[in-house]
Design a protein around this ligand. Structure first.
Ligand SMILES: [Zn+2]
Length: 109
C-alpha cells in the first residue's frame, strides 16, 4: 500500500532501524493501515497517558491503526519480520484496546 503523507511524516522522526521495520510492516501487511503515533515529545507522551519510559520517547515505537483483523495479522507479522543480519525483531508487540474505538497495534523495535 502506498504511504499517505501523514504516515510518511510520522515515520521521519523514528530511529532508522525502527523506520525500516515500520515501513516493512506496512508493506507486508498490504491492507489499509496507518500510523497514529510515532516519536513523542515528553509533553505529548504525558498528554496521552504514555509510560514515562515509553519507547515512543526514543523514536522506537509506532502505533498502527486499521481494522481488527488487519491489526491481528500485522501483530503476527511484526513478531516474525527481521530487517537485515543481526536483527532480533521487536521489543514489544501489543494489541491495545481491541474492539474499542481507539484500538491499535503498538510495536517497539
Ligand atoms: Zn504505542
Amino acid at each position: 500500500m502506498p504511504l499517505d503523507a501523514s504516515a510518511r511524516h510520522r515515520l521521519t522522526h523514528l530511529t532508522p532501524h525502527t523506520r525500516r521495520h515500520a515501513e516493512q510492516l506496512l508493506w507486508e501487511t498490504n491492507a489499509p493501515m496507518s500510523i497514529s503515533s510515532g516519536r513523542r515529545t515528553p509533553a505529548r507522551n504525558r498528554a496521552v497517558g504514555g509510560s514515562p519510559t515509553s519507547f515512543h520517547l526514543r523514536g522506537r515505537a509506532v502505533d498502527f491503526v486499521a481494522d481488527r483483523d488487519t491489526l491481528v495479522r500485522a501483530a503476527g507479522l511484526a513478531w516474525a519480520l527481521r530487517v537485515g543480519r543481526g536483527c532480533t525483531g521487536p521489543e514489544e508487540v501489543i494489541l491495545e484496546d481491541l474492539g474499542k474505538p481507539n484500538q491499535h497495534l503498538h510495536v517497539a523495535w
